[in-house]
Design a protein around this ligand. Structure first.
Ligand SMILES: [Ca+2]
Ligand SMILES: [Ca+2]
Ligand SMILES: [Ca+2]
Ligand SMILES: [Ca+2]
Length: 217
């Protein structure tokens, strides 16, 4: 009788055990799937749903170009790169590194993300060349380039993001877009579209930390 009860219990539990196992499997494999990058005029700008969404390598002249909002327009400090964690998991950027072409060849990064840089699902990350970024930037995590400015040459350059072990995660080639735009290049639509000049999307010149219309991600 005792064995019979145990058998019944096992039969009743089976669907739950299977379901639980299924969920665990789904969670395990979810991130092991690099998004196919179909955007043009760049190299490889999406990694597991971690998306390069906007690059300002040519800050506009005058205060119009003050992208970091510190009341000074600086051709280096006001450069920025915007990434978005477009996954439903926390993305750990600790120890990830950003290089321009020159620094990549030297093996010394322009920027290293500090320990405990954890990006929430849907959150943006903005790295400015320097200065004192002022404001909320849509709730993004905001950094200034840690070792030296981003130094993205307007005449052509290659921005590379590596993980903490040095594996290349994202590359953005400035050269096909090096037309002195005096504004950023952004995806249109945000997160999924091709790179285009920001002003053609929203009438503004850049949007560090937010969608092109200024709203948070
Ligand atoms: Ca530049
Ligand atoms: Ca500035
Ligand atoms: Ca450079
Ligand atoms: Ca933006």
């Amino acid at each position: 009788m005792k064995n019979f009860r145990y058998l019944i219990l096992c039969i009743l539990m089976t669907p739950f055990l299977l379901l639980n196992n299924q969920c665990a499997k789904t969670k395990d494999v979810e991130l092991i799937n690099d998004t196919i990058d179909t955007t043009v005029n760049n190299s490889d700008t999406i990694y597991y749903g971690f998306v390069l969404n906007e690059v300002l390598y040519d800050p506009p002249s005058g205060l119009e170009g003050d992208s970091n909002n510190d009341s000074v327009r600086d051709p280096n400090d006001d450069e920025f790169i915007e990434f978005v964690n477009d996954t439903d998991s926390i993305f750990d950027l600790s120890g990830y590194k950003i290089y321009d072409a020159e620094r990549l060849s030297l093996g010394t990064p322009n920027h290293v993300f500090p320990e405990n840089t954890l990006i929430n699902p849907g959150q943006a990350v903005v790295v400015f060349g320097g200065g004192i970024p002022t404001g909320n930037f849509g709730g993004a995590q905001v950094f200034t380039s840690s070792n030296q400015v981003l130094n993205l040459n307007n005449s052509g350059d290659l921005m590379t993001l590596t993980d903490s072990l040095g594996n290349i995660i994202i590359e953005f080639d400035v050269t096909p877009l090096s037309n002195n735009p005096n504004e950023s290049y952004t995806r249109d639509p945000d997160l999924s579209g091709d790179f285009t000049q920001h002003n053609t999307v929203s009438g503004t010149l850049f949007s560090p930390g937010t969608k092109t219309d200024g709203t948070p991600f």
